[in-house]
Design a protein around this ligand. Structure first.
Ligand code: CAO
Length: 424
């Protein structure tokens, strides 16, 4: 039995933030019923299409292990079925623009009246306040949550990151809120509203930057490169390039082949505990007795010179050789892996973090499997549903519609291809 087996999720999500959350719940065993607009579906189905006529990778990689039902939520028959789904499900998840659910007639008050045990979980761009009505996408959240202002180099513009911390990061936060509310319901018997604003989720992931903001009041941030370069600090946490965010200095350094391979780099951390080993490995054993380098604090103003010398050494090795040499010495390093290298990584494939999935329209493709491993609830990744693939099945098996009732719904036109499927 899977951890969340028996939990029914009414998945009213679209694009990325909501779908990442419900995909996780599906992987843990919940029955996730994805509601989509008839004939159109989640907008991502047809975004960034690489195989003509097939669902895009954008959609398939965010919607595994779910069932799809087409419902026009603005049609009376659609509202009737949605109401039944709310009665039946444990959790309703949505990430529409602010107010959209209310406009459909499903305010939190109405939802509670239909099913007092249901949990309503929402992603919005911003929490209550002056921006609460804004529509928000990933990069807006990265900018508003403190990530962009603290990412990049000191002499360059703010940067967004490749990690989808606004969308997938908020999806993760929401999933935790949902299982927490489910746990609470065990004791209270009631559902509750769970809200995960994207700005708040990004800020939570930028916690250390708010830490640094307050440390500025006590003087310069000595572990930042600019301190060693004699550049004054302003009033806000600056961009720190590839400096380590923690107390152990680190940098991205060139490795053998960097001239033609954009990813021939390693991250290198001069952790205090292994300083002597770092000196030996790069061929500077006399540094161990050098007064200016004798403590971590004394080394801080010299980090540029220290890392320049370490880079002279890393440039003579490939990023994997650096790993092989440093790892046994407990010197923390990390090769900069390209997406190609990650996709082909046998270790990640063996643990189910990179998974090959077959799809009837597009054939086999790789996806990222569940990154959280439960020993008693293993994940089996199954393909994303075609649009409305389970409409008839959900109407009849989950909601109990049969005979004339099923025909009435099919005739209403509010459920896409249900008539054809029911006839089959
Ligand atoms: N049947 C009928 N209508 C439907 C429907 C269905 N099954 N599903 C959605 N709709 C309608 C909605 O009711 C809404 O109608 P109204 O505007 O008349 O109320 C309409 O479709 C558009 O919904 P939307 O405003 O949510 O969609 P959008 O493409 O304009 O905006 C987004 C997209 C993501 C910017 C917005 O949904 C949003 O800000 N969401 C919250 C933040 C968020 O999750 N952002 C992350 C996006 S990427 O992961």
């Amino acid at each position: 039995m899977k951890a969340l087996e028996g939990v029914k999720i009414l998945d009213f999500t679209h694009v990325q933030s909501g779908p990442t959350c419900t995909q996780l719940l599906a992987w843990f065993g919940a029955d996730v019923i994805k509601v989509e607009r008839p004939g159109v579906g989640d907008a991502t189905r047809k975004q960034l299409v690489d195989v003509k006529g097939a669902d895009s990778l954008y959609f398939t990689m965010l919607n595994h292990n779910k069932r799809s039902i087409e419902i026009n939520s603005k049609d009376p028959a659609g509202k009737e079925v949605l109401t039944k789904l709310i009665e039946t499900c444990d959790v309703m998840v949505e990430n529409f623009a602010p107010g959209a659910l209310d406009r459909m007639g499903f305010s939190w008050e109405n939802i509670q009246k239909i099913n007092p045990r249901i949990i309503l979980a929402s992603v919005k761009g911003f929490g209550p306040g002056k921006y609460e009505d804004c529509k928000v996408y990933e990069n807006v959240a990265q900018c508003a949550g403190g990530s962009a202002s603290t990412t990049g180099f000191l002499d360059g513009p703010p940067l967004v990151t490749g990690a989808q911390i606004g969308d997938s990061g908020t999806g993760l936060h929401l999933a935790l809120g949902i299982v927490t509310a489910l746990y609470h319901r065990e004791k209270s018997g009631r559902g509750q509203k769970v809200l995960a604003p994207m700005q708040d989720g990004v800020l939570n992931l930028c916690r250390v930057k708010l830490r640094d903001q307050q440390r500025l009041a006590a003087g310069p941030l000595t572990e930042y490169s600019q301190y060693g370069e004699g550049i004054e600090f302003g009033e806000a946490t600056p961009r720190a390039g590839n400096d380590s965010g923690g107390g152990q200095p680190g940098r991205i350094l060139k490795c053998k082949g960097w001239q033609h391979d954009p990813n021939a780099y390693t991250y290198f951390i001069t952790q205090a505990a292994v300083w002597d080993k770092v000196c030996d490995v790069i061929g500077e054993p006399e540094w161990k007795n050098k007064e200016e380098y004798s403590t971590p604090a004394k080394r801080l103003p010299h980090l540029n010179a220290i890392f320049a010398r370490i880079e002279d050494w890393t440039m003579t090795k490939t990023k994997f050789e650096v790993m092989d040499i440093c790892n046994p010495l407990d010197i923390p390093v990390g090769p900069i892996l390209s997406m190609k290298e990650i996709m082909e990584d046998e270790g990640l494939q063996a643990t189910g973090t990179i998974v090959k999935v077959d799809h009837p329209e597009r054939g086999a493709y790789y996806t990222v499997g569940c990154p959280i491993k439960l020993s008693d609830s293993p994940v089996e990744v199954t393909r994303s549903p075609l649009l409305g693939e389970h409409t008839a099945e959900i109407l009849s098996e989950v909601l109990g519609y049969t005979g004339d009732d099923l025909t009435r719904l099919a005739d209403s036109g509010a459920f896409g291809n249900v008539r054809k499927e029911a006839a089959e």
